[in-house]
Design a protein. Structure first.
Lengths: 161, 161
């Protein structure tokens, strides 16, 4: 029997996309613009993001800390003012969500701008067991789970690995 | 005739306090706790602050950028969650505001915690001319205006200069 994931804990694996799957056309995707205001040496990050017209500021804890994520809504004026402060620390991409078998969901990110050509899929699972049993479809490439070079933070600061 | 300062531009000078002025007793002061979530290499800073029961998150631009300062109110739960992420990047002090001659206001900061013993005064002037003509009272010590080591950011990260 599947053990459901504890509330608020995401079970995710991350892969390169070898080729875009045919289902993509049926899932139009949302453009995401994301810029980092600042990142502390201990990994605390503060970013602003606009997705489907909704702008937010998010503070996330670093890897060695109790997991904290606080998100605040921003109006357009404030988003624009803060976005100016993220120059050189931005990523933009279009995210397509595609349902897979066993309740898993694939989030395919098609990067543009400085990261044009990069294709990453994050797959969210409903339980640890479905995550471990996952048989990647043929369009899924090399696994990136845990590879810090492919974290959004690193991609924004350092570009393509 | 005094030229009033342009809207939103602060005319300030900063000094060490040689000895606390006798007027201090008449101006009780407010305790300020301030912690930095993250500071970018270009100087963009994100801090949380609690002053007189009011908590805020503030994003400020760095020195080379168009001046931007955005402040957002935080409720207690959110302040507490974010405060945990500022460990090792905090200052606390009690601020006393004392009116001086010619409309100038002295903000005297009495630091405690790791910076215990540090006394700094920032004087806000109504115009560039009163700022330049300012004759410091005897309790005012060495000028610190422009000395980055005494910026709150540096004091929080690096401690006493």
């Amino acid at each position: 029997m599947d053990v459901p994931s504890p509330r608020g804990v995401e079970i995710e694996r991350k892969f390169l996309v070898a080729e875009l799957p045919p289902e993509l056309a049926a899932h139009p995707g949302q453009r995401i613009e994301q810029g980092y205001l600042a990142i502390a040496p201990d990994g605390v990050e503060v970013r602003v993001r606009r997705r489907a017209g909704r702008a937010t500021l998010t503070v996330k804890s670093g890897p060695g800390q109790v997991r904290t994520e606080e998100e605040m809504a921003l109006d357009e004026r404030r988003f624009d003012a803060l976005w100016q402060l993220t120059e050189g620390r931005r990523i933009s991409k279009t995210r397509h969500e595609i349902p897979l078998a066993a309740g898993a969901v694939a989030e395919i990110d098609v990067y543009d701008g400085a990261l044009d050509g990069l294709l990453i899929v994050e797959i969210e699972f409903g339980s640890l067991e479905t995550s471990e049993r996952f048989a990647p479809p043929p369009w899924v490439g090399r696994e990136l789970t845990g590879d810090k070079r492919y974290a959004n933070q690193s991609l924004a600061l350092d570009g393509l690995p």
